[in-house]
Design a protein around this ligand. Structure first.
Ligand code: SF4
Length: 165
């Protein structure tokens, strides 16, 4: 992240620095993801007055992403564009190689879908996201930034809260 911010200084980083319960990722991963991922995205959407965002979501990534569409409006006033929705993993790597795009060095270790350290394993097989939240009910699932409302129920900056969406 620091390398990319140095490369593109116009980038802004939103994060929740509020203290979290010990090992919340193992006791309540949904709440952990809500506090550490969903809330900062909500703050970003609000502070930057985002009306449209572009994602790297793909239908072939795993069981939770098969029904997505290239243009979505799950939150009123927040358009989501998914331009590589129909790409397969192989096409992503072809594009990255052809255009010399820098990638996270963890991919060179065999990771295929990257989340937070405690919740990410190297996976094989057809489901690219099978290494996420291994051993929990969220295995291969979603953190919530693509499934929970982002324009509703905004929390004050720095506040942690339970799931509301
Ligand atoms: S991926 Fe794991 S550590 Fe990261 S926010 Fe979600 S539960 Fe917490």
């Amino acid at each position: 992240m620091k390398e990319e911010v140095a490369r593109y200084p116009e980038l802004r980083v939103f994060r929740n620095d509020a203290p979290q319960p010990e090992a919340l990722y193992s006791t309540d991963p949904d709440l952990c993801c809500y506090n550490l991922k969903v809330l900062p995205v909500r703050w970003a959407v609000e502070e930057m007055e985002v009306g449209c965002w572009v994602t790297g979501l793909r239908c072939t990534e795993g069981r939770t992403r098969t029904d997505l569409e290239e243009i979505e409006e799950r939150d009123e006033g927040l358009i989501k564009l998914n331009p590589i929705l129909l790409w397969h993993e192989r096409e992503v790597w072809q594009y990255l190689a052809l255009h010399s795009v820098p990638v996270n060095p963890l991919y060179a270790q065999g990771y295929r879908s990257l989340g937070c350290a405690p919740c990410t394993r190297i996976s094989n097989g057809p489901d690219e996201r099978a290494g996420r939240w291994v051993g929990t009910s969220k295995c291969g699932g979603e953190c919530g930034i693509h499934t929970r409302p982002l324009k509703q129920g905004l929390q004050f900056r720095g506040e942690s809260a339970g799931p509301t969406g």
